[in-house]
Design a protein around this ligand. Structure first.
Ligand SMILES: *[C@@H]1O[C@H](CO)[C@@H](O)[C@H](O)[C@H]1NC(C)=O
Ligand SMILES: *[C@@H]1O[C@H](CO)[C@@H](O)[C@H](O)[C@H]1NC(C)=O
Ligand SMILES: *[C@@H]1O[C@H](CO)[C@@H](O)[C@H](O)[C@H]1NC(C)=O
Ligand SMILES: *[C@@H]1O[C@H](CO)[C@@H](O)[C@H](O)[C@H]1NC(C)=O
Ligand SMILES: *[C@H]1O[C@@H](CO)[C@H](O)[C@@H](O)[C@@H]1NC(C)=O
Length: 575
């Protein structure tokens, strides 16, 4: 469960760094706004193919699964308004992960153990029995959290519309007296261990140490906490929405959550946490020692604030699931708005889901790679191409003939030399700060080059997504930015210069980029999905037919657009 965010967080965090006190996030609640529903839903910035319900607020994806030929997506949903509050589990179903049918909420407060909210959780499909949802119930105004159990009323209903919460067993887990029951939430999908137990994780915190508690069960009903958390990290604050799953060391196929194969050297594990304090996620790659129920990150994965991220933009409370029909692991994530609460109330909606991404381990085993699910391509129409187009410093070339406000674009850039790369300063550890300093408007050596998305005709507004290559003593450093600072003429918006470094081999002197552009979202995949950034932006001029797409270069080294393909995207069906 990701609670709403408050602007004081950054200040509080800096303070905590200085005083090294308990890290504490503040959650702003808007009692006056949470039940206000706009009369009409504003269409201007609504997405055409990114998931959102017909109106109102959504946040975390919950319990994603594939069952009997149907994909289920649940989500934290406010049925009454466009800010956080009145939280239920919204429910939509799909055959292809792209076109959705919205159903009645699956879980809503109805029992003493979830009277104040049905917060985030996960689904596990028990072989021969069907799905079980474990979710966090809130039992009082002080956010005391317990874990609850729900099953479909009728597993033969193809859409699993109705869910029941057996009184006799709920709540199935409560915090022990030495744990803080206000920071105890978001159960994961469970896995089956050879030692005869189901196991799952729950996010928590002790002082300022973030942790994932491990629970074991023989029957899925009676759960016992393991003596120590599966993993924890100092000074990271509350771990929301932990996710824990195996990845194969070879190939792109996903693995069922119950696969443990590290003894055969076939499998690594991924542990992801969403950090309530910074509102960013990080993950590590490591080894799961089943017998000790410990997870140890590899020494190549930084374990803390600076760790690897699925996405360096608006991307939080993510959750993955294994899709047995195509043997892949799919990642969902909430992308929140970057405008104000008042804007959201006026719009009548807030929050979208990122495009579901297939996720696998890179061949060098040090990071994950992600790519939009292949089904997305079914929305492509009207393809345009650009081949072998040279871009000198200051050149812009428009990609014409598509609906640039709702598009998919894939491009490969090449360059003949890296000699002109700017010198990298080893103090530049934060990519977002570096992008703020060296944006698209600051001319460079090799780069900045890339796309100008959601651009107005005369570039009063644009969201550049670009690369910039630097030379460090023994290597090159590639920066990828998705910079919202010039995205809108409207002032009072959150417009960060989101950025990440890209770990990519430049031997072929090529870099690729894919961007999914959808009215108020630009979701980009750098170097085949090694570094990814989702930005939420709200142009005032570059809307609908007045949005344009360009490729550009602002570096002295000439860049060639080797191959560019762009498509208008049809809207997904969402009824
Ligand atoms: C369960 O769902 C199936 C398929 O929709 C239906 O035929 C059956 O009557 C339902 N059973 C009950 C007890 O409602
Ligand atoms: C438990 O967590 C809540 C929410 O972060 C916090 O307000 C409270 O002070 C914590 N209680 C203890 C005993 O640490
Ligand atoms: C990291 O771990 C590997 C083996 O897992 C080891 O060979 C290597 O020396 C370690 N590196 C550091 C810096 O500790
Ligand atoms: C390229 O650099 C020039 C000079 O700084 C600047 O005026 C222009 O806006 C830049 N282009 C982009 C797309 O940022
Ligand atoms: C999304 O909104 C922006 C602007 O209000 C905040 O700065 C982010 O922290 C917030 N992200 C999350 C995950 O809540």
């Amino acid at each position: 469960m990701a609670l709403p965010y408050c602007l004081t967080v950054i200040a509080v965090f800096s303070l905590c760094v200085i005083c090294n006190n308990g890290v504490e996030a503040f959650h702003e609640i808007y009692p006056d706004l949470q039940s206000i529903s706009a009369r009409t839903v504003s269409k201007i910035h609504r997405t055409g193919y990114h998931f959102q319900p017909h109106r109102n607020w959504i946040n975390d994806p919950n319990g994603p699964m594939y069952y009997n030929g149907v994909y289920h997506l649940f989500y934290q949903y406010n049925p009454k308004g466009a800010v956080w509050g009145n939280i239920v589990w919204g429910h939509s179903v799909s055959k292809d992960l792209i076109n959705w049918k919205e159903l009645e909420p699956a879980l809503y407060p109805s029992k003493p153990f979830d009277k104040y909210g049905c917060w985030s959780g996960s689904a596990t499909v028990l072989p021969g029995k069907g799905p079980v949802i474990l979710y966090t119930g809130v039992i009082n105004k002080h956010s005391n959290e317990v874990q609850c159990y729900a099953i479909p009323e009728n597993t033969s209903d193809p859409f699993l519309r109705k869910w029941i919460k057996p009184n006799a067993i709920n709540p199935i887990i409560v915090a022990e007296h030495n744990m803080n029951g206000s920071v105890f939430r978001d159960p994961t999908t469970a896995w089956w261990s050879e030692d005869g137990h189901w196991k799952m994780l729950i996010g928590g915190r002790s002082k300022d140490r973030g942790m994932a508690y491990l629970y074991r069960s023989k029957d899925f009903v009676k759960w016992i906490r393991a003596k120590h958390p599966i993993h924890s990290a100092a000074s990271t604050g509350m771990w929301e929405c932990p996710d824990f799953y195996p990845v194969s060391l070879k190939g792109k196929n996903g693995l069922d959550t119950s696969v443990v194969g590290n003894r055969l050297n076939r499998v690594k594990h991924v542990l992801k946490n969403s950090l309530d304090v910074t509102r960013y996620e990080y993950y590590t790659i490591g080894t799961y020692f089943m017998n000790e129920d410990r997870y140890i990150p590899d020494n190549t994965s930084e374990d803390g604030w600076g760790g690897l991220r699925y996405d360096y933009g608006n991307f939080y409370a993510s959750k993955s699931f294994f899709d047995p029909s195509k043997r892949r692991r799919i990642l969902w994530s909430w992308a929140n708005e970057s405008d104000s609460k008042e804007d959201d109330v006026k719009k009548g909606w807030a929050g979208i889901q990122a495009i579901p991404r297939t996720v696998w381990l890179d061949s060098h085993g040090k990071q994950l790679v992600q790519w939009p699910v292949e089904e997305l391509n079914s929305l492509r129409e009207k393809e345009v191409k650009i081949n072998n187009k040279k871009l000198k410093k200051g050149n812009y070339v428009e990609v014409k003939g598509i609906t640039a406000a709702q598009a998919d674009v894939e491009v490969t850039f090449s360059f003949s030399s890296l000699d002109k790369a700017e010198t990298f300063d080893s103090r530049w550890v934060n990519a977002q700060d570096l992008c703020a300093q060296k944006g698209s408007k600051v001319e460079g050596g090799v780069g900045p080059f890339g796309l100008l998305t959601l651009a107005s005709k005369n570039l009063e507004e644009f969201t550049p997504v670009f690369f910039r290559i630097f030379k460090a003593p023994n290597k090159h450093v590639v920066l990828m930015c998705s910079d919202a600072r010039s995205s809108s003429l409207k002032r009072e918006l959150y417009k960060p210069s989101f950025a990440g470094f890209v770990d990519v081999d430049l031997a072929h002197k090529k870099l690729s980029l894919r961007s999914l552009i959808d009215h108020s979202v630009v979701e980009s995949f750098g170097a085949g999905g090694r570094t990814n950034i989702l930005s939420r932006v709200y142009p005032t001029l570059a809307i609908k037919k007045n949005a344009h797409l360009f490729v550009f270069n602002n570096g002295t080294e000439h860049i060639t657009v080797e191959k560019l393909k762009a498509w208008s995207m049809k809207s997904a069906r969402r009824n």
